[in-house]
Design a protein around this ligand. Structure first.
Ligand code: HEM
Length: 493
């Protein structure tokens, strides 16, 4: 009996290996399966994708296929060829993989999910007049939260950790702006703080949820924290809020009209909370951290802000910063672009819907198999590509500025002018819908910090913190550890 069972298991195993194994045909990209059956390169990929893909690139070139936990992922690292994927939404699909992640991370299952309608709705509420309103509310919320941080002993230096401070203030202000105010006095401060604390626990486990690598105790934490966040974002709680954004109201009406039940609606709210608030705080952190560790860049950005405020007055009443003033900031814009070049590291992943031969910019052709995934990683190229950006690891605040102070857009690779020389917002049909709101939120926040506060590193020699290498592929990177700072309200305020 035991022998029969063993033989059956061996036969099944052999069949499994035959079915899941594959070899490269000559029209396909180089194939690297790794040594571990089925798992392939999953561990290295998850541990530090940038290091792993750099190694694969030097071994195989700008296109190759790797096996990752039973899947075959073709990685393309040539920005001159990105349009062959980005522009072909018939062969390469964004939605299926997005559904997998929605289920794994948010336990969300939408039978009638229509991403195009949702995106069109969001686009409409994040542009023109609606964007102006959002920016005004965001400014008010940022100001109130920042002042609540400095109000005690505001003339004395206060010690804090920069990442926690930036993430907390921007997340909470963004949440209040989009989801609405609390009805009771001071509720904005305390409820937004509670949501943020829970969200940080959720965010810390996000990459493991996406890769399904949570340990048993982490699964328990993830489940508890999600329950708590779902409750905080439940219909009853949201109904009692005041002044929610026009986008949130439309989105909730849309979900109801689609017949999405209450349970799924609160899960959708958590997805939206993450999509709208998960990247802005980390981006603002990196920018302030680069400015604090690069005095020349800090002076350049501060001088630009001073010129803007000189004609008005020097109070910290942020209402005095009119929106049009924040459009005239080429130095700031270049420094932000440079920050995002160094720290925005999303994967642009698509599922191959039909077997397809793509043509790269150098004329070579490669066949991609139906059912595989294709992944672009702009962080490695163009963003950290030494041929495009000299000394790519160095923060140069004026990298995206021409000598005459206009925005620099001319960058080259293989002698060709690049369309994609930095891609923090993705590209094509799936480019970030919240980009303008994200940029103005970061700008308002940094403007406020630099004009209202004296801020300095606790240790003037502190280096930039290392990157948490497990987060490559998930939007904005986060630091390993933090940067200790001190701040106080400026003496004239
Ligand atoms: C620094 C902040 C942000 C960064 C770096 C960022 C980056 C990105 C990237 C790279 C994508 C494309 C993903 C892909 O093609 O696979 C994306 C998509 C998206 N972003 Fe952002 N984002 C930021 C802030 C925001 C904000 C504030 C909002 C909303 C208010 C937002 C809403 C969205 C939405 C809805 C999508 C999905 C678009 C689609 O389905 O095609 N993002 N974002």
């Amino acid at each position: 009996m035991i022998w029969t069972a063993l033989i059956i298991i061996q036969v099944l195993l052999a069949l499994f290996l035959i079915v899941t194994n594959r070899s490269r045909s000559k029209e396909e990209p180089p194939l690297d399966k790794g040594f571990v059956p089925w798992l392939g390169h999953a561990i290295d990929f998850g541990k530090d994708a940038a290091t792993f893909l750099t190694r694969m690139k030097s071994k195989h070139g700008k296109i190759f296929t790797v096996r990752v936990a039973g899947l075959y992922v073709t990685v393309l690292l040539d920005p001159n060829s990105y349009d062959s994927i980005i522009k072909d939404s018939t062969s390469f699909d964004f939605t299926r993989y997005a559904h997998v992640l929605m289920k794994r991370i948010f336990n969300l299952h939408f039978p009638q999910h229509n991403p195009e309608t949702e995106k069109a709705m969001m686009r409409q509420h994040f542009q023109d007049k609606s964007l102006i309103t959002l920016n005004r509310v965001m400014q008010k919320n940022l100001q109130a939260l920042l002042m609540s941080e400095v109000c005690e002993n505001k003339r004395n230096w206060k010690n804090d950790s920069l990442f926690s401070l930036c993430y907390s203030l921007l997340f909470r202000a963004g949440y209040l702006t989009l989801f609405g105010d609390e009805p009771e006095e001071n509720g904005n401060i305390s409820i937004s703080k509670e949501i943020f604390q829970e969200f940080r626990k959720f965010d810390a486990l996000l990459t493991k949820m996406a890769r399904t690598t949570l340990k048993t105790n982490e699964k328990k934490v993830a489940s508890t924290v999600k329950e708590r966040l779902w409750d905080l974002l439940s219909q009853n709680k949201l109904n009692s809020k005041m002044n929610p954004s026009s986008w949130l109201e439309s989105y909730r009406r849309y979900l109801t009209a689609q017949g999405v039940d209450q349970k799924m609606q609160q899960r959708a709210m958590l997805l939206q909370l993450w999509a709208t608030q998960g990247n802005v705080g980390p981006a603002a952190f990196w920018m302030l951290a680069f400015l604090l560790t690069n005095p020349e860049a800090m002076t350049a950005v501060k001088n630009e802000f001073h010129k803007l405020t000189a004609e008005v007055n020097r109070t910290c009443k942020v209402q005095t910063v009119r929106p049009e003033m924040l459009e005239k900031t080429p130095v700031f814009d270049s420094a932000l672009n440079e920050t995002l070049r160094l720290t925005a590291a999303p994967f642009i992943t698509r599922e191959v819907l039909q077997t397809k031969t793509i043509r790269l910019a150098d004329g070579r052709e490669y066949k991609l198999r139906k059912g595989d995934r294709i992944c672009l990683f702009p962080y490695l190229s163009p963003q950290m590509d030494p041929e495009i950006h000299q000394e790519p690891k160095k923060f140069k605040h004026d990298r995206f500025l021409n000598a005459d102070g206009t925005e620099k857009k001319d960058f080259f690779k293989d002698g060709k002018k690049l369309k994609y020389y930095t891609m923090p917002w993705g590209a094509g049909k799936n480019v970030c819908v919240g980009r303008s709101f994200a940029i103005s939120s970061i700008k308002q926040f940094i403007f406020m910090v630099l004009t209202c506060l004296d801020i300095r590193l606790c240790d003037p020699g502190s280096p930039m913190p290392d990157i948490d290498a497990g987060r490559y592929g998930f939007g904005m990177l986060q630091p390993q550890g933090d940067l200790e700072i001190q701040y106080k309200l400026k003496s004239h305020l």
